[in-house]
Structures are given as structure tokens and as C-alpha cells.
Design a protein around this ligand. Sequence first.
Ligand SMILES: O=C(O)CCC(=O)c1ccccc1C(=O)O
Ligand SMILES: [Mg+2]
Length: 330
Amino acid sequence: MGIELAIRLYRRRFAQPLHTAHGPWVWREGLLLRLRDSLGQVGYGEVAPIPWFGSESMAEALAFCQAQGDEWRCGEIPAALPATQFGLESAQADLAGQIARQKPAIPTDSLANAAICGLLPAGETALSVAPQRLAQGHQTLKWKIGVASIADEIRWLDQLMVNLPMNTRLRLDANGGLNLAQAEQWLVACDRINTNSQLATVEHLEQPLPPDQLAAMTALGERYQTAIALDESVATVAQLEKCWQQGWRGVFVVKPAIAGSPQQLEAFCQRHRPRLVFSSAFETAIGRRAALAIAARCSPAPEPALGFGTQGWFADDWDTLTPAELWDRL
Ligand SMILES: O=C(O)CCC(=O)c1ccccc1C(=O)O
Ligand SMILES: [Mg+2]
């Protein structure tokens, strides 16, 4: 008897919609996978695509998984299905004991918040939530920009900075929603903050321009002091390779859950030793565990902060469940 593949669909509602430059994100949909061998051992995986990041759609992922039938034959998974590659490969790794048995450099359950970037809501609400995140132990925070007017947002940035302790690091994430003039306006504001020795630091400006504008972002990186991080431009391992080949040596944000094959991702990291920031795709505990195991293998020193401050954002209690409990719940 071979390896049995079981599939479950899930749909979770954000407690408050996540606002980005792409608009509000209200529901998170994905697939949970379970492989079971003839001895009854199981391995869990998760397919959590983000179509607006260029991943496959839920329908494409589901169609591929269903087409496998009840048995998983470890066949090739098309490069056009990066979230599915992650889900099936990490389920196999889990079945092989590589995720649970491995003692991760970063403990995956009770991660200290100091090692995790706390996520702030977009807009002015960030000002009242920031003290809560600091009280929870986060020392790095992330704020979505390109959601309200640039004048308002830069004013809120200044108000936010005066109330942050000096050791705090703030990430600004534009989700590709700025034009060149706006990106320059933000970088002027960031450099002004970063040259003020009385203020905390803006760690990076994430994906200021649309994904295809690599040359323009490289030029911005040379003209301003504040670091630029690519995210949407490098959603998959293939895109990471391409941007590396085109000379990008700044920060790469990596979301393992949508990057494609974990093995290929690890190989890219070993080969080039890029500057990495690992980030969540708002996956469940199943994908999170696998993504954090990959992060630990790709960059042994847990620094900079992991972009995994995504727990508690949903209107359910799933974040309190173990992978097996979550599977049984669905
Ligand atoms: O990276 C983080 O700190 C949190 C995760 C995050 O921001 C995110 C989560 C899902 C989809 C896109 C993004 C993003 O970085 O743009
Ligand atoms: Mg981002």
C-alpha cells in the first residue's frame, strides 16, 4: 500500500480585515493536506496561496491535489503551483519526521515575541496598537502604508516614531502600491528619521514599487540610506534567482508558504547567502510550523526579526490548536 493523501478546505475570517495597498483582505482560504503511510504515520501540509502575490488560485491548487486521487506518488509538482509545492513537500518532510523531530534553532510554538515582528494595523490605528505590541515583547514592528493619503501617513509615521523606544525597529510595507515620486517622498522621510540619533530606526521600506520595477528599486537603494526590501518581486524561488542574477543585493523578504519547493529555497539560500527576512503568508499552525522550520535551516541566526506576527488576527481560536487538533477540527 502506498501513501494516502487526504485534503481539507478551510476558510477563515480576519477579525478585522487586513488593509494593504491591494485593498482589504477579509477571508483567508487554503487547503490542509494529510499524508498517511501504511504504518499509519501521518504528515501534515498546507497550501495557502496568495493570488494577489502571483501564487496559484485555490481552484488550481485544489484541482491539482484532487487529480492525485487518494494516493500520493511523489510526482513532480508544476512550478506554476508554488504554494502547492510547499504544501506537498512539507507534508512529505513531516511524514519523514523532518519537521517534528528536528530541534529547530527557533522553537516553533512558543517563539519569543522579541524575535518576531509585531504587525500593526494600517492607518492611524497603528498609533494606539503600537504600545500593545511593545508590551507583548515585540521590538520590531511592521506598518502597512500606501493605504491612506501619503501626507496623512507620513504625519502618523512621525507621531509613531516619537513614541517608540530607541531600540525599536519599524518596517514599512507599501505592497508595491507607490509610484516613484511617492517612494522618494517616503525615503526622504525615512532617511530624516534614520539620521536623527534621538529616534528609533526604520529598518526597511518593503516593496515600494510594483513587482516588475526592479531597476527603479535598485536605483532608489543607491540614492537613499534606508534599506529597501523586495517582497512581491521575489514571491517564488524562480523570482529570487532572477533578481539575484540581475544584481539585487538588498533585503529579500521570503514567504516560504508561497515560495515553492522548500528544497530549492534552501539551496538558493545556501548558494548565495542573501540578506533574508522570513515572513508569514497568514497560514495556519500547519504551514507555520513548516515555514519556520525552513527559516531555521536557511538562516541559522534568528536575526532580523521573523515576520510571523500574524497570530491573533483571525476571528477563530485555531492559533491555539496543534496541527493534529486543527486537522480534526475541520
Ligand atoms: O511580514 C510580516 O511581518 C507579516 C506578514 C505580511 O506582512 C504579509 C502577509 C501576507 C501577505 C503579504 C504580506 C506582506 O508582507 O506584504
Ligand atoms: Mg510585504
